[in-house]
Design a protein around this ligand. Structure first.
Ligand SMILES: [Zn+2]
Length: 119
């Protein structure tokens, strides 16, 4: 792959925007269906399925929004010349990792440490 980080980030952003648009359409449909069903979530089995679908779509939509924010932050780092530098230890993040995860803020070592701490 000879894509530049900027191209990779643009592709990730495009995907996230597409996903977000389809999730928002899904959320609209669910809202519509709930209005049509004229039911309350607790007692109508269909209502609770819709509530579950809605919750799931909302989580995925929030996730896509987060990806878009991360892409924008990464583009900001590209502009600032700090892209690919670990925010914690200041070492290079590494081309292979950036290819897999163009929005990475931390190197593999720091990421593993951060995950151990939070998880
Ligand atoms: Zn690091």
């Amino acid at each position: 792959m000879t894509d530049s980080p900027r191209e990779r980030l643009a592709a990730v952003r495009r995907d996230a925007i597409e996903r977000l648009a389809s999730l928002e359409a899904q959320l609209d449909d669910i809202a519509e269906a709930r209005r049509g069903a004229n039911s309350d979530d607790e007692h109508d089995p269909e209502g609770s399925t819709l509530a579950f679908d809605r919750a799931q779509a909302a989580v995925l939509a929030a996730d896509s929004r987060h990806v878009i924010e991360e892409v924008d932050a990464a583009v900001g780092r590209l502009d600032a010349g700090t892209y690919g530098v670990c925010e914690r230890c200041g070492r290079p993040i590494g081309a292979a990792r950036l290819e897999l995860r163009p929005t990475a803020r931390l190197c593999v070592t720091c990421q593993a440490q951060a995950e151990r701490r939070s998880g």
